[in-house]
Ligand binder design. Structure first.
Ligand code: XUL
Ligand code: CO
Length: 438
């Protein structure tokens, strides 16, 4: 059974190609700064958008035409596995990512739910073994079921906390079984609506307790995936606890969780937090916690998480710049397309086009960012701009020799102060030139 028609594997044809089913920039074997594009980018397909999502929105039912929708229950779950591995082959993508509830239906008890999951995990494992495809990360969906109405690890109901723990325990076991390279925590319901009925301190302490238990259990069963937290400021919760990279860093630090976690930075979550994608990536990078990315883009005219496939070259270039400068690059992480086709793009082939667009946009971003690094574009800009710290009073400050008295003595005789231009418009011009000419 073919779910994507007679599409053969998408290949690199170069920037002049007019074949809609070819890569124009993503050439998996092209070596850039000592590593192939495939190794730099480690693309992943997101199960929930490409195989479980239907194109529904709050005002309308799903529009997506998907061959697997002829099935229900476990047959549907099995058909989705087939579809997933078919798409990975078509795109020549090595990785995928899923939530437990994406891959198998919930039963009427936790026992039955776990049995369903075990069966599909076994099927996925067979497909992974025969295809060589790998699991970038798995996670537990603790936001869809009504039991999580008050949260999961931050719920007001201890019975729900226990259920969530059982769910993550199982997910960690499945992650180990499938050799997941990372494990993600995204807390859609870990937040609150109103302080009028919320014990903020207890909820945050419980979240930390929960994460420590997960760390301990992974260690106990020998699951050595990198743990990732995926910050998001809002939606579905009004105030989400993992608001952005900086907030999450201070939470991890306060609760002694920093050694065990890195961050999974998502572009649209960054913009919802009032930041750029590159801000969140830089904040993570300079603090040594940039672990992986969820690649998508938001719509600046809309205030919610639209999860569009990334096509903005300016953003992918600056994102790849951060990843290239990150120690070890993307490391065990990857570029996971947490992105969905628009509701009007309802044919299966649209999913293929969407991934080609995203992959080419990141490949192009990688090429441009690498060239800017080779040419030391931003190094020179920063060396110039912060040159005053290289000698004299600036060198005293950064070496720790200065204090308020020595600085006052300096300031009293240093008159007038001279500032130089930041040259921002010129710099934007240079970035545009690199995007166009590289
Ligand atoms: C939601 C989101 C999630 C996480 C995994 O905005 O990004 O799909 O990536 O739970
Ligand atoms: Co995400």
């Amino acid at each position: 059974m073919s779910y994507f028609g007679s599409v053969s594997t998408v290949r690199f044809e170069g920037r002049q190609s007019t074949n809609p089913l070819a890569f124009k920039f993503y050439n998996p074997d092209q070596v850039i700064l000592g590593k192939s594009m495939r190794e730099h980018l480690r693309f992943a397909v997101a199960y929930w958008h490409s195989f479980t999502g239907s194109g529904s929105d709050p005002f309308g039912v799903g529009t997506a035409i998907r061959g697997w929708d002829q099935y229900t229950g476990m047959d549907l779950a099995k058909a989705r596995v087939e579809a997933c591995f078919e798409l990975l082959n078509i795109l020549d993508v090595d990785y995928f990512a899923f939530h437990d509830r994406d891959i198998a239906p919930e039963g009427s008890t936790l026992q039955e739910t776990n049995r369903n999951l075990d069966a599909i995990v076994a099927l996925i494992k067979e497909h992974m073994q025969s295809s060589g495809k790998k699991l970038l990360w798995n996670t537990a969906n603790m936001f869809t079921n009504p039991r999580f109405v008050h949260g999961a690890a931050t719920t007001s109901n201890a019975d729900v906390f226990a259920y969530a723990a059982a769910q993550v325990k199982k997910a960690l076991e499945h992650g180990k079984e499938l050799g997941a390279e990372n494990y993600v925590f995204w807390g859609g319901r870990e937040g609150y609506e109103s302080l009028l009925n919320t014990d903020l301190g207890l909820e945050l302490d419980n979240l930390a307790r929960f994460l420590h238990m997960a760390v301990d259990y992974a260690k106990e069963i020998g699951f050595d995936a990198q743990f990732l937290i995926e910050p998001k400021p809002k939606e579905p919760s009004k105030h989400q606890y993992d608001f952005d990279a900086q907030t999450t860093l201070s939470f991890l630090q306060k609760y002694n969780l920093l050694p065990h976690f890195k961050l999974n930075i998502e572009a649209n979550h960054a913009t919802l937090a009032g930041h750029t994608f590159e801000h969140e990536l830089r904040m993570s990078r300079i603090n040594g916690v940039l672990g992986s990315i969820d690649a998508n883009q938001g719509d600046m005219l809309l205030g919610w998480d639209t999860d569009e496939f990334p096509t903005d070259l300016y953003s992918t270039t600056l994102a790849m710049y951060e990843i290239l400068l990150n120690e070890g690059g993307i490391g065990r992480g990857g570029v996971n397309f947490d992105a969905k086709v628009r509701r009007q793009s309802f044919e299966p082939i649209d999913v293929v086009h969407a991934h080609i667009a995203g992959m080419d946009s990141f490949a192009r971003g990688l090429q441009v960012a690498a060239k800017m690094i080779e040419d030391r574009v931003f190094d020179d800009i920063l060396d110039n701009r912060y040159g005053s710290y290289k000698s004299g009073i600036g060198a005293e400050i950064v070496s720790g020799r200065a204090n308020f008295k020595t600085l006052e003595a300096y300031a009293l005789q240093n008159n007038p102060i001279v500032n130089t231009s930041g040259r921002l418009e010129h710099i934007r011009n240079v970035v545009n030139q690199y995007i166009i000419n590289t």
